[in-house]
Design a protein around this ligand. Structure first.
Ligand SMILES: Nc1ncnc2c1ncn2[C@@H]1O[C@H](COP(=O)(O)OP(=O)(O)O)[C@@H](O)[C@H]1O
Ligand SMILES: [Mg+2]
Length: 355
């Protein structure tokens, strides 16, 4: 049986990496053999997990038995991907190719696709009961879901088919390609060698198609079978990104049905405290009261924002409280979720199949 996969997505800075790690620690303490795949963890969090450098290979976390962690290395994943899908000679040529390097650097889905390949490798290794996947923030997290189809489009898409013919052509077809009128015109402008280089690059890229097509469909399948949660805060910018997520991702299996509001102020802050104690000076009392009422207004506003958001997209609402210190030890990570038993039950409790 494949392991359970939990995909944590959302905009940058909302706490995806922190919550991924916290869920990993909690799951390991529940007895699940767990792997957390992190993306760009803050330095102190990385060292709490024993992650000293980028490495796609999960290593056991010394401080937490049952937990292993990896830190996504995009360029290593990208190279492994090319070697997996191309003949050695073609792979080496592609990895040296400036056009290909530009594609890897600038194509926004590249990083997300590399993370997807890494995820499916961990899923298929069957070493774990649970894999927690932290995702790159590109596109508000959406890129992770759309990257497999976009990669298929890049390596097998219409432009390439038009340039290289319906099937994967041999080297000789390259001359036919460069003989096309549109390209001959470009050739005159850009100069012959450049155009031939581009054509050769496109043919090499095209040869990745079968492998990427198969692999990207496997990633799609793992995503459909995963539990996905979107993390946001109640701030306008992350919320806007989260909204895009629910509006642009087609409904159906794999589409997240849960939103987690992280860094939430405690409801208790809407209640005025008794500030009548005789040892508090009047000026302090006035300042404290003003401060409290400001926070109370903020908590009420956030409450409305959350209710409106979940009602609009028909979502399950979960919350994680704001804590006054970044959790950077396994104990602090576990503590972070102690106030959110609903979240733990939702993502780590028995699945509907188990029940
Ligand atoms: N519930 C929380 N309370 C307080 N700070 C938090 C909370 N969750 C995350 N943070 C802090 O927010 C910052 C961004 O978190 P991080 O997990 O790196 O976000 P992301 O992976 O989404 O970019 C970090 O400094 C982290 O310690
Ligand atoms: Mg992160």
């Amino acid at each position: 049986m494949n392991p359970r996969v939990l995909v944590i997505t959302g905009a940058g800075g909302v706490g995806k990496t922190t919550l991924s790690a916290a869920l990993g620690v909690t799951a390991a303490r529940m007895g699940l053999a767990t792997c957390v795949m992190t993306v760009d963890p803050a330095r102190r969090l990385a060292s709490a997990l024993g992650l000293e450098s980028l490495d796609n290979h999960p290593e056991p976390v010394t401080a937490q038995p049952g937990l292993s962690a990896a830190m996504l290395d995009v360029s290593a994943s990208w190279e492994a991907m090319v070697h997996r899908h191309a003949e050695p000679e073609v792979a080496n040529r592609l990895l040296q190719d400036p056009f290909f390097r530009a594609l890897a650097d600038r194509f926004p889905a590249a990083q997300a696709y590399a993370a997807g390949e890494q995820m499916s490798e961990h899923v298929e290794s069957r070493r774990w009961d649970l894999i927690v996947v932290d995702t790159p923030p590109a596109g508000g997290g959406l890129d992770f879901y759309t990257a497999p189809a976009r990669m298929r489009e890049v390596v097998g898409g219409r432009l390439l088919r038009w340039l290289t013919g319906a099937s994967i052509p041999g080297r000789r077809a390259l001359y036919k390609v460069t003989a096309r009128p549109a390209l001959r015109l470009a050739d005159a402008v850009l100069g012959g060698p450049l155009l031939e280089e581009i054509a050769e690059f496109l043919l090499d890229l095209r040869s990745l198609y079968d492998g990427i097509s198969r692999r990207s469909r496997a990633i799609d399948l793992h995503l459909r079978e995963a539990t996905s949660i979107v993390v946001t805060t109640a701030e306008p910018t992350p919320l806007r990104e989260a909204r895009r997520f629910f509006e642009e991702l087609e409904s159906g299996p794999g589409r997240p049905e849960t939103v987690v509001f992280n860094k939430q102020l405690p409801e208790s802050w809407t209640v005025s405290r008794n500030l009548r104690s005789p040892d508090i000076g009047t000026d302090v009392r006035i300042a404290a009261r003003e401060n409290l009422s400001r926070w109370a207004a903020e908590v009420r506003l956030q409450h409305e924002v959350k209710q409106e958001f979940v009602a609009r997209y028909g979502l399950h609402l979960l919350e994680v409280p704001w804590v006054d210190r970044s959790p950077t030890s396994v104990d602090a990570l576990a503590e972070l979720l102690e106030g959110s038993p609903e979240l733990v039950a939702h993502v780590l409790g028995p699945t509907s199949e188990d029940r």
